[in-house]
Design a protein around this ligand. Structure first.
Ligand code: DAH
Length: 349
């Protein structure tokens, strides 16, 4: 379109705009390399002799009542061609980079491979085993009240676990939970039986950080409450669990004591580092304790308003870091907290 002083009709302007748009789109999107793209840019978007510039000048000749419509159309064409140019430019430079990378004589760089931490791996594995037999994941707060963490679980006020050396208090009555067991009471209060939950979570203790203690570590709690549940269910389920995790390794139950279960038992697995022969990890015994368990004390059910004559339950708690040591044959629990990639890279995924 020639710049002109005569008035141009809107229909002439629109058909010219249409032509420029069509030709511009074809030229810009068909540009095969950076040079062709620059030529197309100059021809359509160039300040001096670009087709859009000419179209813009034609706007002046449009009769006043039709100017807004013509201006709107002009802007549409301009925006479309400009963004097409930007897109094409990006695509051509990405292609350039790719062809540089395709140079087969370049030395290979080993890709960084992410690896899951053994504790996460073992938590996933444990969760999967219990999921298959009907347990659901439940969570609870890490900042917990004294009542849920201790009182509701029958810890007497002078119990050594309450000692300031062990528990990190946030206030008079609020602490960082020392175990995942408070989620038992929270669940009993909120849900009616049947209950089958698995609770992974962080717990805190002011222990020394030595070869087998850290101030924060993870635990997994389990709770099953229903009519007619007995110690047989506890033993059968936990034995099945150990078989799934450790294969043919021997396990044993030992009587134990926890204030919130009665009777209570601990489960040991034949030490996987020495296969039962005795080593520093199992302190020469050939066995490693992997969990505490027991029948839910009726006082917990009653405190949550559940009839303890009709319902019974069993519970367990374990430390995935210890289990990961056994599962992956790691001699020192400390390597789990160092997050050293040289160690993490060796964990079978
Ligand atoms: N909460 C206990 C601890 O931290 C572990 C435990 C033992 C949990 C027996 C239980 C249980 O649910 O039944 O040492």
């Amino acid at each position: 379109m020639q710049p002109t002083t005569r008035l141009v009709s809107i229909s002439e302007f629109l058909s010219e705009a249409q032509r420029i748009e069509g030709e511009g789109v074809a030229a810009l999107s068909g540009a095969a390399d950076a040079g062709a793209l620059e030529d197309a840019r100059i021809a359509f978007l160039g300040d001096a002799r670009g087709a859009l510039k000419a179209l813009q000048q034609g706007l002046r000749a449009i009769p006043a009542p039709e100017k807004p419509a013509a201006g709107k159309r002009f802007n549409e064409v301009k925006v479309r061609l400009e963004s097409l140019h930007a897109e094409r430019k990006l695509a051509l430079s990405a292609a350039d980079n790719r062809s540089a990378l395709a140079d087969p004589s370049m030395p290979a760089r080993h890709p960084w491979k992410g690896a899951k931490h053994p504790v996460s791996l073992v938590i996933d594995e444990i969760a999967e085993i219990f999921r298959e037999i009907g347990f659901t994941i439940a969570l609870g707060p890490e900042a917990e009240t004294d009542w849920y963490n201790f009182t509701a679980l029958n810890f007497p006020p002078d119990h050594p676990a309450l000692d300031a050396h062990d528990t990190l208090y946030l206030g008079d009555d609020v602490l960082l939970r020392t175990h995942t067991s408070p989620v038992q009471m929270r669940t009993l209060q909120s849900y009616a039986p049947p209950i089958r939950i698995l609770v992974p979570g962080n717990v805190y203790r002011r222990d020394f950080f030595d070869a087998s203690h850290a101030p924060m570590f993870s635990q997994i709690e389990g709770l099953s409450v229903d009519e007619g549940i007995s110690f047989v269910d506890l033993k059968a389920t936990l034995s099945l669990f150990a078989k799934r995790l450790f294969g043919t390794a021997k396990t044993r139950f030992r009587p134990s004591y926890f204030p919130f279960t009665e009777p209570s038992a601990e489960m040991d697995v034949e030490c996987q580092l020495c296969r039962g022969a005795g080593c520093p990890v199992c302190k020469g015994t050939g066995w490693t304790e992997i969990l505490g368990s027991g029948m839910v004390h009726p006082s917990l059910l009653e405190a949550a308003g559940i009839d303890s004559e009709r319902y019974t339950g069993w519970a367990f708690g374990m430390g995935p870091a210890r289990i990961a040591m056994q599962r992956y044959g790691l001699p020192n629990i400390r390597v789990m907290y160092d997050s050293d990639v040289r160690f993490l890279e060796q964990v079978p995924q």
